[in-house]
Write a new protein. Structure first.
Length: 208
């Protein structure tokens, strides 16, 4: 949070000075009047009392994230546009543009790293923690659909053969998608095994 405390002959003068010092639009600041302007002492014999205000400004997470991502893209020589939206406590940063596969990487590894770094960069400039979800051309939604279909297909194979199936290593979010998509199947059980980046989902029949 950025804060400026200013005085002026009028409230407007003090507010303007504070806004100029912070270098932000007036409609994005919080204004707290500490002291109204007026006369000091009996019959105003001791001069005029100045107005005093406290101007505070909280950086917008979406703007901070966009600026960080744009710098990363420029450094990589990638042409990209960003759109920001908010869903409850989550901020969504959608990146669009030509040839953005380099931002996604193998199975989204680069995208996950970009999201992690963006969250770190924004958190350093805010007084509270926010959750940022970074996506490229709707990749995360497509990946989720792919994982759900994969889970359903493999669960049917397990039912036919009775042999458990161990999936490829996945990050926590993708493993959660697999678990959630099969949690209502009363014949199938899922669990994770392995350590760190080698952690995998196992699909097996439920024990009777």
């Amino acid at each position: 949070m950025k804060v400026a405390e200013k005085t002026g002959k009028t409230l407007e003068e003090a507010i303007t000075a504070g806004v100029l010092e912070l270098g932000v639009d007036r409609n994005r600041v919080k204004i707290e009047v500490i002291e109204e302007p007026g006369k000091k002492g009996l019959f105003g014999l001791f001069g005029t009392r100045l107005a005093r205000v406290r101007i505070s400004y909280e950086d917008d997470p979406g703007i901070l994230a966009t600026n960080f991502i744009q710098k990363i893209c420029q450094a990589m020589g990638v042409q990209a546009n960003t759109q920001v939206s908010k869903d409850g406590e989550h901020w969504h940063i959608d990146i669009t543009g030509p040839e953005l596969g380099i931002l996604i990487g193998r199975r989204g590894d680069t995208l996950d790293a970009l999201q992690y770094l963006t969250n770190l960069a924004v958190a350093k400039k805010l007084s509270e923690r926010v959750r940022l979800i970074v996506d490229v051309e709707g990749y995360r939604l497509r990946r989720e659909d792919t994982l759900v279909r994969l889970a359903k297909r493999l669960s049917e194979k397990v039912k036919r053969t009775g042999i458990r199936i161990v999936l490829e290593p996945m990050n926590p979010h993708e493993r959660r998608i697999i678990h959630t998509s099969l949690q209502d199947d009363n014949r199938i059980s899922t669990f994770s095994e392995g350590d760190n980046t080698n952690r995998r989902v196992v699909i097996s029949l439920k024990r009777v």
